[in-house]
Ligand binder design. Structure first.
Ligand code: TZP
Ligand code: MG
Length: 204
């Protein structure tokens, strides 16, 4: 996997934006390098409606050369022909993913050294590490590990890494300085007044 994909990784659901396809296009055009569709929270799409949305997003991603990852949903990732899948510690073991994913990007979340050491990493292409800072976007995200915790995990793996959790224009550089290959954000972009300006700032 080309680790540059992780430089600015946006996660959102279909209801994260007022005009999801328009706002995602703005974000992709401004330089978001990877997008993860994480259909969680209130007002979620399911079934054919979710697949139709995923296919629209996939087309946008292709147009702007943005990698397209699906959170945790094997069937949706296959049906939408995503570039990969992201799984958490409470989801399936990466080893159990169907063969279909052999040529796809498999991402895994880790929050501490115990999780890193106990995870099966043979098929994992990158790690999402966090929460680095405290976040309101994930209820069960756990304690913030800080940039020291991030650095420790980065130093214990050869895999490409993306820092996640509470990352903003103010603190993203500290994550990159701690050795992460990229940053992963939800609210910094979904809550931005000006998406283009925010994306540009996070890419400085
Ligand atoms: N995993 C760890 S923290 C987090 C996820 C999905 C939420 C990140 O959201 P935000 O708004 O960028 O803090
Ligand atoms: Mg999950």
């Amino acid at each position: 996997m080309n680790k540059d994909i992780l430089r600015l990784y946006l996660i959102a659901s279909s209801s994260s934006f007022k005009n999801p396809l328009k706002d995602l296009e703005t974000a992709f055009k401004a330089g978001v390098t990877c997008f993860q569709l994480r259909e969680k929270g209130a007002d979620i799409k399911t079934g054919q409606e979710l697949l139709d949305f995923a296919l629209d997003v996939k087309a946008l991603c292709s147009r702007y050369n943005t990698a397209f990852i699906i959170n945790d949903d094997v069937l949706l990732a296959e049906a939408a022909d995503a570039d990969g899948i992201h799984i958490g510690q409470d989801d399936m073991n990466p080893d159990m993913l169907p063969e279909y994913f052999n040529n796809k990007i498999i991402g895994l979340s880790v929050g501490n050294l115990t999780e890193l050491k106990s995870s099966s990493l043979s098929r994992v292409a990158y790690l999402g590490i966090g929460p680095v800072f405290s976040t309101l976007s994930k209820e069960d995200a756990g304690e913030a590990i800080g940039t020291e915790g991030l650095r420790k995990l980065v130093n214990h793996t050869k895999l490409p890494t993306a820092a996640i959790g509470g990352i903003t224009e103010e603190n993203y550089k500290r994550c990159l300085d701690s050795g992460a290959d990229g940053i992963c954000v939800i609210s910094a972009i979904t809550g931005a007044d000006n998406i283009e300006q925010t994306v540009t700032a996070l890419l400085q």
